[in-house]
Design a protein around this ligand. Structure first.
Ligand code: ADP
Ligand code: MG
Length: 318
């Protein structure tokens, strides 16, 4: 398939917002950012065999490539507006490319995001999406804002995607609900926006709760205590793994959740619950910020709980 055909297929399907002065087709897109807002820019690459199994359906690959970036904008409390797609593929079939674009653009449409450009090359399957959004100056949710005494919260449920991936890799049947969480994560855009001005710090959970919360703690110069049995689990995860002990590692360190982990002062609890209602997503209080460093996990009996690993890291080591 010629590169031009491929770009033309994507261009025809992409909807343009009013604030796109010039979209796909020229040397650069021209965008009109809302006056008085800060731009928020996030880029993440998904490589076949590293970030998704190579036999993932193309719709899911497209959806996820945008979802992980919208999740980063959500974690900043930013409103997404535009994105670009840099696609490397070995020898893409037209139906395959249309399916990939369909997956990405279905999620883009859901959040009113315009695909405004990109790049297309031949090579190993890899997608690099850049998502651009905006936020009121000074209102972004940063990693360095956690303070001693804050509650630690997490949205939605944890461990579903990791459970799906593990079953898939073991050749076991993957429950549909868990597989959907792996293939089509839901970026918590509305929650992130509602938390801006209420939460002190936030991050999205991509590499596992402990690893990602660890980034917040290091940036903020604080530690945390977590109630390991408070981590929210879906009905599907409970059904797949009835023993709490079997769920904990996936929930604490599994990754690919794309939930928001955030901290807020205890006096803000009603405000956080209100933000969650506005956004239509559950939030759970899972611990608190303390002086010091690192994360201490305790189970419901008060016993220390040690994680088997603290999340996926490229190139290993710290
Ligand atoms: P250039 O050589 O100037 O980089 P390209 O041929 O790479 O031009 O791209 C032509 C146009 O198509 C540009 O506007 C670019 O942003 C867009 N484009 C290329 N690949 C993609 C893609 N995968 N998704 C969206 N837009 C793309
Ligand atoms: Mg190019």
């Amino acid at each position: 398939m010629a590169e031009f055909d491929l770009i033309e297929r994507i261009r025809r399907r992409a909807a343009a917002r009013d604030d796109v002065a010039l979209g796909i087709g020229d040397d650069a897109a021209l965008l009109r950012p809302p006056p008085g807002r800060e731009l928020a820019v996030a880029t993440d690459t998904l490589n076949a065999g590293v970030h998704f199994p190579a036999d993932t359906p193309p719709e899911a690959i497209g959806w996820k490539a945008l979802a992980v970036n919208l999740s980063d904008l959500a974690a900043m409390g930013a409103t997404p507006a535009w994105c670009t797609l840099s696609l490397s593929a070995p020898a893409p079939e037209p139906v395959w490319v249309e399916a990939l674009a369909e997956g990405l653009l279905a999620l883009a449409d859901r959040h009113g995001v315009s695909l405004v450009g990109g790049d297309t090359t031949r090579g190993p399957l890899s997608l690099c999406v850049t998502a651009i959004g905006h936020v009121a100056p000074g209102r972004a949710l940063r990693r360095d804002g956690a303070r001693v005494g804050d509650d630690v919260w997490v949205s939605g449920t944890l461990g579903d995607a990791a459970a799906a991936l593990r079953a898939w890799q073991r050749g076991e049947p993957v429950p549909e609900a868990l597989r959907e969480r792996l293939w089509r994560p839901t970026p918590r855009i509305a929650l992130g926006a509602a938390l801006a001005g209420r939460a002190h710090a936030a991050i999205d959970v991509s590499d596992g709760l402990l690893a990602d919360l660890g980034h917040v703690l290091r940036a903020s110069g604080v530690g945390a205590e977590l109630a390991i049995d408070a981590l929210p689990a879906s009905d599907a995860l409970r059904a797949a793994l009835p023993a709490a002990q079997a769920r904990r590692a996936l929930q604490a360190a599994g990754g690919d959740d794309y939930e928001l982990c955030f901290t807020a002062p205890a006096g803000m609890r009603a405000g956080i619950e209100a933000a969650a209602r506005e956004a239509g997503v559950a939030v759970t209080r899972i611990g608190r910020i303390v002086a010091g460093e690192g994360i201490a996990c305790r189970d419901a009996d008060g016993a220390a709980w040690l994680p088997p690993a603290t999340g996926y890291e490229h190139f290993g080591g710290r």
